[in-house]
Ligand binder design. Structure first.
Ligand SMILES: [Zn+2]
Length: 342
């Protein structure tokens, strides 16, 4: 095979995919095009190689002709039928159709990963260790070590997915509490546990079957609710870039006592009411509480000597608040137009 024939074959696929019908026809079939010149060259090819050469040239010609007939069909389809698909990541009526925009984009991290990064950075500055949560766990870590004995009705609040052999896809990052207490103990223990969680529930604008959470635990001597409120408030003010007022209301979690719903003043309207806070001026953001003595004992910590607090917050929810996203399901749709905003 001659050098130039080799090059032509190498570029053929690219030309077929990128050139328009008329460009392809001109480049290959016109009087001064590639194929006529290849046929003219046959006489210069040594007779021993001529047969193979002829076969190669014919095969190029065949492929160009097939491409021309397929592309003509495609171009005609697009120009005759005015397609409008507002969800398409490119305009169906332009030549971009041949080059989806993703090919021109540099890779970038997903907005959820960007948010996890900023959250972890704040906690690192506050002196916390980081331990990533797991995406599959066992009954002991997900429930029993957290003071949910078998048959406890509160298990129903954490309906998730199970494997056939009895393993569980964690419904919260608290599934890591026992491991964190053992790994970072004896106190002081300060650790945040980011990870992916799962819930078997109907989805809507603020609920997803898969989401990210970040758990935090702080255990030492003489730790009180006041330390907990100050720590969480400090973190949220740094994250949302805004002074906040906070409120508490009672909640119920088996693994803390007392159990608290942590409520912040809306960072967007200063309690006047807006669409982010549902026009009430406050946002119920996360659950928290003082770690239950049974949970400390199960993690090898003496509850007579030490106390601590824990909290868990949905990263999707924080992202939605901070980035002004109305529907958290958009975070997982893979819509390039949406993701490009971040
Ligand atoms: Zn508001």
């Amino acid at each position: 095979m001659t050098h130039s024939l080799e090059n032509i074959i190498k570029n053929l696929d690219k030309d077929i995919n990128s050139l328009s019908v008329s460009e392809l026809r001109k480049k290959y079939l016109s009087k001064n095009g590639i194929l006529p010149s290849l046929f003219t060259d046959i006489k210069n090819i040594p007779s021993s190689e001529r047969k193979e050469y002829g076969q190669e040239v014919n095969s190029i010609k065949q492929r160009v002709e097939n491409a021309l007939s397929n592309n003509t069909q495609r171009d005609t389809d697009t120009s005759v039928v005015e397609k409008i698909d507002p969800t398409a990541p490119f305009d169906l009526n332009t030549s971009q159709q041949k080059k989806p925009r993703i090919l021109d984009m540099k890779g970038s991290s997903h907005v959820l990963m960007q948010e996890i990064g900023s959250i972890l950075e704040i906690f690192q500055k506050m002196g916390f260790d980081i331990l990533e949560s797991r995406q599959i766990d066992d009954d002991f870590h997900m429930f029993e070590s957290l003071n949910f004995p078998k048959g406890h009705p509160a298990r129903d609040m954490y309906d998730t997915f199970w494997t056939d052999d009895g393993l569980v896809l964690p419904a919260h990052t608290s599934t890591m509490q026992n491991r964190a207490l053992r790994k970072f103990g004896p106190p002081p223990i300060r650790v945040v546990l980011p990870g992916r969680c799962f819930r078997h529930e109907a989805t809507d604008a603020s609920h997803e079957h898969t989401f990210y959470q970040i758990e935090g635990i702080y255990v030492d001597r003489d730790i009180s609710v006041a330390n907990m409120l100050a720590t969480i408030k400090e973190y949220l003010q740094e994250y949302l870039g805004k002074e906040l007022d906070i409120k508490m209301q009672p909640a119920f979690f088996p693994f803390t006592e007392p159990d608290i719903e942590f409520i912040i003043s809306c960072p967007f309207c200063d309690k006047k009411g807006c669409s982010t806070c549902g026009y009430i001026g406050w946002i119920e953001l996360m659950g928290c509480g003082m770690i239950h003595p049974n949970v400390l004992t199960s993690g090898g910590i003496d509850p007579k000597k030490y106390t601590g607090f824990a909290w868990g917050v949905g990263i999707d929810r924080l992202t939605a608040i901070r980035r002004g996203i109305g529907d958290i399901r958009k975070l997982r749709e893979g819509d390039i137009k949406f993701l490009n905003q971040f």
